[in-house]
Write a protein that binds this ligand. Sequence first.
Ligand code: GDP
Ligand code: MG
Length: 297
Amino acid sequence: MKAGFIAVVGRPNVGKSTLINKLVDEKVAIVSNKAGTTRENIKGIVNVKGNQYIFIDTPGIHKPKHLLGEYMTNSAIRILKDVDAILMMLDGTQEISTGDQFVMERVLSAKKTPRILVINKIDKLNDEELENKREEVKEKLGKFDGIVEIAGEYGIGVPQLLDRLEMFLDEDVQYYPEDMYTDMPIYRIMTEIVREKILVKTRDEIPHSVAIEIINVEKRDEGKDKFNVNIYVERDSQKGIIIGKGGKMLKEIGTEARKEMEKLLDRPIYLELWVKVKSDWRKKKPFLKELGYFDEK
Ligand code: GDP
Ligand code: MG
């Protein structure tokens, strides 16, 4: 068996998490149309034709504005030197920006790591637009060891991408058992599911201000276990939005999240959501640690 670690990096919203989910054929990384959806490195493990590809989804690399943002960008940058290959992803429907170039500089600074450029969302491009994109890449980006064009959401170009990566895998190793598709603990996936429902249903500043924590699980010998989950926001106004008129929004979030959790756990549960205000939690180190968003260095 051959195996290797592949980091997927790029600015927010280019489609990194969507590709990882498609590759593992399970939802390991939450997805939304909002920047900052992914907050930490998440592994998606793919076994095909005797090869094990361990993809690492990363938070979008951007200029951080608070401690959480710093943690997010640093987690993405830190692993670049420790992987067997880097996939740098672009959104093919958008002009290459200073944001993409910011990412590229970080990628190029991991000098020895092979790097492949991935142009994503080609389902939205016609032949001429794709040709123009190739030209733009030549003009604006540095040297890569290969370019692959894909539409991750639809699996277009994904087999070719795996073929292209095969040469970077190490011989005679297997890092994970074949039935394992992520290293994320199940409770972490559950809190991420709640966060995704909030992200998808709310707008503006809410998504970035939300953190989720499972407070406890009341085990019941007969009947369903009850999960008590806190939703932290930074201001009273945000609490109001998440609860909604007569509690409608919170109810919807709870129902959708519970259904997905039940699928994940393969059993029915009770889910109780509590909304708490914790001002400026994104700047507070002890709280970030409690939520698992901080590494001691
Ligand atoms: P990330 O921030 O890089 O992880 O991006 P996400 O995976 O969260 O995706 C951001 C948005 O792009 C979502 O709305 C996805 O549905 C969309 N998206 C991802 N891949 C594709 C693709 O191949 N084609 C199209 N048309 N949209 C995509
Ligand atoms: Mg993501």
